[in-house]
Design a protein around this ligand. Structure first.
Ligand SMILES: Cc1ncc(COP(=O)(O)O)c(C=O)c1O
Length: 371
């Protein structure tokens, strides 16, 4: 018999489905006019203008390999975060770093724990690396740390906690995280993925950098894709103790963080105006969406992020297709086992209005045969 070339666990994996790009939707539906892409939690204001300027200025250096150590950006970021630059490693997006963390720490057969409906990259990495995956059900749409602790055993290697959670939008509080850290065994690596932390507007969000400072077995992940608007440039980072950073470096292919991403990220960190406008627009847009959804008696999960997750209590794929025909792209949560939910990125005022107008028409007709 011919031997199978592709590893068994790879054949079993459901591939990750990113939000539909605007170009694809336009082609498929021959749509004209503006499309509101509210499917991937991108920054509706675009990249930081200071980042664009700095990148444009450096385009002539495109023939040169980037600085593999990201020295300048690490120094700038270290200052910004109040950590040492030895505690930082940059990656081609946080998603890549989640894979590198898996490759660095996870032996086949060891257990990877995460919550159900947490960001799917952890699950993919665990499947690729042949680890044992445990997905713990949520409690009231939040991480259930007591149940996570109950599942933790001697073969548990990594517990992945996205905080705030994507695609749910809720956050774990300082008290919850502190209690969890007090009770979790010392030989388990805790990964806090804080891709949306800059959007949090509650006081009691945990400061996980203090665990890194205390040399705990903790890795904190953050990204330039959301608040700073650099998703297309691909850049994110890990904050961890030096020993962990040095180990992750060993699996990191050379030059994975390109020159323009490094330059853009350094500039974006300084762009106070873009940061302020982004946060302000997000808060205003969130309120707008909440108000309209409440008026329609539609259930949504209050969010600490730049998106709102909605339970339509009906087939979300159908509603999503209807929205696409009206030029609005949202994300269904079918991949996350929630076929009645959609996730809507908070856009500009105009995009939010376009979503609400289209949604009103389609949702109110949900029981008719109209598509
Ligand atoms: C929790 C979480 N982590 C990481 C990412 C990906 O970030 P990056 O663009 O840096 O790969 C996302 C993207 O949506 C996310 O929701």
């Amino acid at each position: 018999m011919m031997k199978k070339l592709i590893r068994d666990n790879i054949s079993k994996i459901q591939p990750y489905e990113p939000g539909k790009p605007m170009e694809v939707l336009r082609r498929e539906l021959t749509l004209e006019g503006e499309i509101s892409k509210l499917a991937s939690n991108e920054n509706p204001l675009g990249p930081s203008p200071l980042a664009i300027k700095a990148i444009q200025k450096s385009l002539g250096d495109g023939h040169l390999y980037p600085d593999n150590s990201c020295y300048q950006l690490r120094s700038r970021l270290a200052e910004h975060l109040g950590v040492s630059s030895q505690n930082l490693i940059l990656g081609n997006g946080t998603t890549e770093l989640i894979l590198f963390i898996g490759m660095t720490f996870l032996n086949p057969g060891e257990t990877f724990i995460m919550s159900e409906s947490s960001f799917i990259m952890g699950k993919l990495v665990s499947q690729v690396l042949d680890s044992k995956l445990i997905e713990v059900p949520l409690k009231d749409y939040c991480h259930d740390f007591d149940s996570i602790l109950k599942e933790t055993a001697s073969d548990t290697k990594i517990i992945y906690v996205d905080n705030p959670m994507n695609p749910i939008g809720t956050m774990a509080t300082k008290g919850e995280v502190t209690r969890f850290m007090e009770n979790v065994p010392d030989d388990v690596l805790i990964v806090f993925d804080e891709a949306y932390y800059e959007y949090v507007n509650q006081e009691n969000f945990p400061n996980t950098l203090k665990f890194v400072e205390a040399a705990k077995n903790v890795i904190v992940l953050r990204t330039f894709s959301k608040l700073y608007g650099l998703a297309g440039f691909r850049i994110g980072y890990c904050i961890a103790k030096e020993g962990f950073i040095e180990a992750i470096k060993k699996v990191n292919p050379p030059f994975s963080v390109n020159r323009f991403a490094q330059i853009g990220a350094s500039a974006a960190l300084e762009d106070k105006e873009h940061i302020r406008k982004t946060k302000e627009m997000n808060e205003v847009g969130k309120k707008f969406l909440y108000e309209h959804l409440e008026r329609m008696s539609v259930f949504y999960i209050p969010s600490q992020t730049n998106f709102v997750t909605i339970d339509l209590k009906t087939d979300a794929e159908r509603i999503s297709k209807g929205l696409q025909k009206k030029g609005v792209i949202v994300r269904t949560l079918t991949m996350y086992g929630k076929p009645t939910f959609i996730r809507v990125t908070i856009g500009t005022l105009e995009q939010n209005k376009k979503f609400i107008d289209a949604f009103k028409l389609i949702y109110q007709n949900k029981f008719s045969n109209e598509d």
